[in-house]
Design a protein around this ligand. Structure first.
Ligand SMILES: [Fe+2]
Length: 135
């Protein structure tokens, strides 16, 4: 899989959310590089922890926004976020430096998840918010 990268077609048109998505993608890029290069296990675990913590902050920001604007699919959206959190948590718990192939597979899963979540699921709620007067 090609490296995960930020591009303008990932913009959802809400500045704070775009900034958080960019940061999330940067963290994933860092993790992808660390796993590929085969960096020190402790360093990779710290990178996963940073990603995990930032994902929680970002998802909480989105979920507050969705609640505030009474987004009809808020619960569904939250469930999707929980899937990512569960996967990242499992990765942190079970990370094994001796299984590089498996680690790359998990990172690829997280990267693909983020891209499709932003392009499909997040675009849906931002369209709704714009239509309902969120500037
Ligand atoms: Fe989201």
């Amino acid at each position: 899989m090609a490296e995960i990268e930020w591009s303008s077609d990932l913009s959802v048109g809400i500045e704070t959310i775009d900034e958080q998505h960019l940061k999330l993608i940067e963290l994933l890029q860092g993790l992808e590089d660390a796993v590929r290069i085969g960096k020190d296990a402790g360093l990779i675990e710290d990178t996963i922890t940073n990603l995990f913590n930032y994902a929680k902050v970002h998802f909480a920001t989105e979920e507050d926004l969705l609640k505030k604007h009474k987004y009809p699919e808020e619960k569904l959206h939250q469930m999707e976020h929980n899937k990512f959190i569960t996967k990242a948590f499992e990765f942190r718990e079970n990370f094994d430096a001796r299984k590089p192939g498996l680690n790359i597979e998990v990172v690829n899963f997280l990267s693909s998840w983020i891209l499709s979540h932003i392009q499909i699921t997040d675009q849906r709620y931002t369209r709704y918010l714009k239509k309902h007067g969120h500037s």
